[in-house]
Each structure stands twice: as C-alpha cells, then as structure tokens.
Design a protein around this ligand. Structure first.
Ligand code: PLP
Length: 431
C-alpha cells in the first residue's frame, strides 16, 4: 500500500493558511475523499509526491504540459531566459515571435494580445465583444467553463460543477442576468435564444470541444448553427480554445470543424507550463483594444519574457506528426480502459479527441451536462483511490479531462491499462 503521510501533514498545514488548503479548488480531492498529493518533482510522463510515490501522470498540470514535465529543451531555454532578466515592462521581440508562431498555427488569429491566464483571456475577449458591438448580453453553454470572471461563472463546468454551484455568491445579479445559458449541443436552444434576444447579444462563447465536464465534442451542426446565427445577428463568436487549442489537434478544434470564429482564446499549452493566455482574432475587432482603440486591456506581466519563452520553446517542438502519434496513443489507452471496464461489467463511456480523453462511469450516451451528471460519482471516488494505489494519476473528478503527452511511452500506456484492470479488481473485492 502506498502511504501518503507527508502529503497529509503538508495539507493540514496548508489548510491553516489557504482556504481549503489549495490555491485552486479542483486540486483538493474533495469529491473523491482523502487528501491531495503534494508534488516534489516531475520528469517526462511521471510525477513524484513528497512521500516518494511515483505516478504516471495524465493531469499534466491540467493540460499545459504536452511535452511532459521538465522537458530538457524547455528547461534549458527558460534557464537562459532567466539569466537575462525576468521582466522589463517594456516590449521584447519574444512577444512578436510567439504571436507569429501562433498565427502560423491558428490563422484566424490575425491579431492577438498576450495575458497571464485563460481567465484573463476570456474576460478580455468578452469585454472586447461588448465594446465592439455596444451590446451587453452574452450566451454561454451549460457545463462549459471559461475561467472565473463574473460574467462567465454561470452554470459553469470544472470546479463549479464538481462542487455543485450554479452561480457563485459574489457575482452581481445584473451580470448573471446578462449571461444567457443554453444546454451544450442543443441546436434548437441556440436558435431560440438568438430569436428572442439576437439584437442584444454581444457574443456567444463556447468550448468547441468541451473539456470541463469531461470531454464532450460539440456536434458539427451545433457549432455551424452557432456560426450562422451569430453572423446573422451581428454577434461575435468566441471559440474558447484554452484547453482544446494545441490539444484536440495541432491547429485547434476550429480546424477539425472547418469553422472560423471571430475571436479565439488560448491558454494552457500555449505557455508550456508558464502562465500565459492569449485572445485574438479578426483584425477589425482586435483594433478596438487600447491603445489602438478604446476597449481597455493591460497587464504588468502580460507578454512576460519567461512566459513567452515557455510558449515558444514548447510550440517549437510541436508538429502534425507528433499529434498523429499522441492521438494514436490516446486511442490505444481509452480502448484498453473500455475493455478493462467491460471485463468487469462496469458501465463506462470513454471519449477522446486528439490528446484529450475522459472516462465516465455512465452507460452513455454523454452529450451534455445533464448526461454527465448521471455518472456514478460514488463509484468514481472508490475507483480513484484504487487507481492511485496502482500508481496512476488522473484528474480527481468525474467532471474533468485527462491528457496525453509526447513523453508517455507504450510501456506507460500498457502499465496504465494494467492499473485500470487491477483497480477494477480491487473495487470488486471491497464490495
Ligand atoms: C482552463 C480553462 C480556462 C481558464 O484558464 P485559467 O488559466 O485556469 O484561468 C478557460 N477556458 C477553458 C476552456 C479552460 O479549460
């Protein structure tokens, strides 16, 4: 049995200083029970906790680490950048270099702004859409998560779903009132909300491949309808690709559907493990940002040289063939998990797109937030504890996505499938 005594002690101490002992709620193991693991180090596909337990890691910092932990080249580039100074508050060529690289991969981002988190990217994109259209209402989808800014914390996914909160205390009523929510993949719902409010809607924001209620791909018809009605009503379409960008496919979810949004938000992989978010898109809309226009946006550490280096160093190593390889590994893994569950008569639905994957203890189909909620979270909690004992670290919630990195080997994947089988056995023996 793996012991977690040091993590337990560290968590108790952290809880004296930080609410719930963490700086982001999904890190707490609240809905699987037990205490979170405190991490000492990571290398490649593996992490080691402060009790010296080693795990195959599929959380990968919740998405950013597509090259795994402490990639040699990324570490070397960051060390070199650090030696030159950590921040200037004046422009560097690194910012243009990263912007050019991003544009070459996601061509719809004609212009862009660097920020320090996905939350900042979506918050700024919403303000821009409101400023550009002179309208106030926004449309979002139930179970989609766009960070923790006020307008977007309504019927959200991720921790908001895990902890069963619809709208957070502290969000002004009027802001929540201006956020119209529609079930994900609900084509008629999209048409209806625009029919009723179209000329007051500044924008619709959507995760084209939802990743904050587990992985749920948007249907082609749903996303195309959204494109059509936003165009018809002069509303801005924002694809929130903070997770799906450089994850669902090299060129993002928008390339898979062949649909071009007006604005795109990026985060996670684009910083390679450093704090980066990006919002960008149509030049005529982006030119409304200060100082080119008058929609305000700023940031002391926006475009920070270390953050830009983390992104550049990571993106430099990505290419189509690496994605083909990582996708094939992901397919092999989820098929193995499905077989393991079937062999143990445990109802499961597995979803994967590119390097994003999830397993729902649910016979399926799983196409929206209501479907996700029908999953067996009690079984998930029991199963999760056994999976940790097997040295497999996946997201500690039924409402989150897992990831694949370039560093996971065939041996890691086979060990993971074996670990799932052993965990199913162990839960069976508990009952
Ligand atoms: C993670 C995420 C965010 C928020 O990004 P942070 O860097 O955590 O602020 C926004 N949108 C989506 C789709 C995300 O997955």
């Amino acid at each position: 049995m793996k012991q977690f005594e040091n993590s337990k002690r560290a968590f108790a101490e952290a809880s004296e200083y930080m609410p719930g002992g963490v700086n982001s709620p999904v890190r707490a193991f609240k809905n699987v029970g037990g205490d979170p693991l405190f991490i000492e180090r990571g290398k490649g596909a593996h992490i080691e906790d402060i009790d010296h337990n080693v795990f195959i890691d599929y959380v990968l910092s919740w998405g950013p680490l597509i090259l795994g932990h402490a990639d040699d080249q990324v570490v070397a580039d960051l060390q070199a950048a650090t030696a030159k100074g950590t921040s200037y508050g004046a422009p560097t060529e690194l910012e243009t270099e990263l912007a050019k690289k991003i544009q070459s991969i996601v061509p719809s981002m004609e212009m862009m702004r660097m920020v320090s988190s996905g939350t900042e990217a979506t918050m700024s994109a919403i303000r821009l859409a409101r400023g550009y259209t002179h309208r106030e209402k926004i449309v979002k989808f139930i179970g989609n998560y766009h960070g923790h800014s006020d307008s977007l914390l309504v019927d959200a996914g991720s921790g908001v779903a895990t902890f069963n909160i619809n709208t957070s205390p502290g969000v002004p009523k009027d802001l929540a009132y201006d956020t119209l929510t529609v079930p994900y993949n609900d084509v008629e719902g999209v048409k209806a909300v625009f029919e009723a409010n179209g000329d007051d809607i500044a924008c619709a924001i959507v995760e084209p491949i939802a990743g904050n209620m587990g992985v749920i791909p948007g249907t082609q018809e749903f996303l195309q309808t959204l494109r059509d009605v936003t165009t018809a009503h002069g509303s801005v379409l924002i694809f929130d690709e903070v997770m799906s960008g450089f994850r669902a496919a090299y060129h993002g979810a928008q390339s898979l559907y062949g649909i071009t949004p007006d604005l795109t938000t990026l985060g996670k992989v684009v910083g390679g493990g450093l704090p980066v978010g990006v919002f960008g898109g149509r030049r005529d809309i982006m030119m409304n940002i200060t100082p080119a226009g008058n929609v305000y946006h700023a940031g002391t550490l926006s475009g920070n040289p270390l953050a830009m280096t983390g992104g550049l160093s990571t993106l430099a190593q990505l290419n189509e063939s690496l994605y083909a390889e990582m996708s094939a590994k992901t397919t092999r893994l989820v098929e193995g998990i499905k077989q393991a569950a079937d062999a143990h008569n445990v109802p499961v639905t597995v979803h994967h797109v590119g390097t994003m994957w999830s397993y729902f203890f649910n016979a399926g189909p799983v196409n929206n937030f209501d479907d996700v909620q029908a999953s067996d979270v009690a079984y998930f909690a029991k199963f999760y504890k056994q999976l940790l004992q097997q040295g497999i670290y996946t997201a500690p919630s039924q409402f989150e996505t897992n990831f694949m990195s370039s560093k996971h080997t065939d041996d890691d994947i086979q060990a993971t499938i074996n670990g799932f089988n052993a965990a199913f056995d162990a839960v069976e023996n508990e009952d």
